[in-house]
Design a protein around this ligand. Structure first.
Ligand code: NAI
Ligand SMILES: O=CC(=O)O
Length: 334
């Protein structure tokens, strides 16, 4: 699809300066310099005027919005890896192409997942807090104070052995964890062999046998509350749960109940069911040292965000040059 004039591109959030500069050069770009999240009404107005919408994970691109779009809207080039905020089927029905930005944030997200895997059993946030709130005063080293749990030699169970899950497995192996995973399908034998990974067809069985569970699958109808009250109850009381994927893969209320009852030892969460709201009960559990909470920042590196912007630009350019954009998301492929 070739446009004679520059495509009108509506970007919903502030992006790194160099990405915005390039977008201004290439497109008729409407930026959001104040970074105020756009309202549903503003998004409706935008899709009635722009050729390309560049949303992020904080925008809801649902069926109603897509149906309200004008005929000129051809492409939704999301500045995100996950695409659960977009109704891909509704877009396909309207002939709108959807793209995302995979790969470039894999390693950053895996790093932060590993950071949580280390932080929760080793009480990193609690320890850091001691010196932050007490203005540097503490009683000094003690043989029995601030004891956490060793992760070396333990078993990690990864749910979703895709790009990020595999990158987490590589890191975890280097930290002396044995790798277990559950995925829609088994990964190729070479990857399994390199990671010395054990595949569990049954998620239930894996949950009962591992010490740390890492959630790395997308949010889809099939993964909604995949970690339900029943499945959380299968985990060992000494085990930990880390989620850097999407909040709704875990039944958050059930997780809170499990943590309060001591049915699992702790959790590290970067994502929440009702972002940006965080359940106050989770905040309280964080204050008690039972969970470590991060504000959805697993992919937050400047390098990653610039690369994501570059991918968005390539997807838009390729589309308007008449080719299939490299990161096209197809319906029913989530
Ligand atoms: N916290 C953050 O800042 C970030 C979070 N993410 C999240 O991480 C997710 C994963 O990203 P990638 O690894 O790049 O995706 P990917 O598509 O490479 O991997 C996802 C894996 O999950 C598996 N899967 C899907 N449905 C499943 C199910 N029902 N049961 C078991 N396995 C299932 C897939 O087969 C695939 O192997 C994204 O969808 C996004 O939600 C991604 C980037 C940053
Ligand atoms: O959560 C972030 C993403 O890009 O997906």
């Amino acid at each position: 699809m070739t446009l004679k004039k520059k495509p009108k591109v509506y970007i919903t959030r502030k992006l790194p300066d160099q990405v915005e500069t390039r977008m201004r050069e290439l497109f008729d770009a409407e930026l959001n310099v104040d970074d105020r999240p756009r309202t549903a009404e503003e998004l409706v107005q935008a899709v009635q005027q722009c050729d390309v919408l560049v949303p992020t994970v904080t925008d809801r691109i649902d069926q109603a919005l897509i149906e309200a779009a004008g005929p000129q809207l051809k492409l939704i080039a999301s500045f995100s890896n996950g695409i659960d905020h977009i109704d891909i089927d509704a877009a396909a029905r309207k002939g709108i192409t959807v793209t995302n930005t995979p790969n470039v944030l894999t390693e950053d997200t895996a790093d932060m997942t590993m950071a949580l895997i280390l932080a929760v059993p080793r009480r990193l946030a609690e320890g850091a807090q001691v010196l932050t709130t007490k203005t540097g005063e503490w009683a000094g080293w003690s043989p029995t104070w601030m004891l956490g749990h060793r992760i070396w030699g333990k078993r990690i169970g990864i749910i979703g052995m895709g790009r990020i899950g595999t990158a987490v497995a590589r890191r975890a192996k280097a930290f002396g964890l044995s790798i277990h995973y559950h995925n829609r399908k088994r990964v190729n034998p070479a990857t399994e062999e390199a990671l010395e990974a054990t595949y569990w067809d049954s998620l239930d069985q894996m949950l009962a046998r591992v010490d740390i569970v890492s959630v790395n699958c997308p949010s889809t109808p099939a993964t909604f509350h995949l970690l339900s009250a029943r499945r959380l109850a299968l985990m060992q009381p000494t085990s930990y749960l880390v989620n850097t994927a999407r909040g709704d893969v875990i039944d958050e209320q059930a997780l809170i109940a499990c943590l309060k009852a001591g049915k699992i030892a702790g959790a590290g969460l970067d994502v929440f069911e009702n972002e940006p709201k965080v359940n106050p009960k989770l905040v309280k559990l964080a204050q008690e040292g039972k969970v470590t909470l991060l504000p959805h920042m697993s992919s937050a590196t400047i390098e990653g965000r610039i690369d994501m912007g570059e991918k968005v630009i390539i997807n838009i350019r390729t589309y308007f040059d008449g080719h299939r954009p490299p990161n096209r998301v197809l319906p029913n492929r989530v």
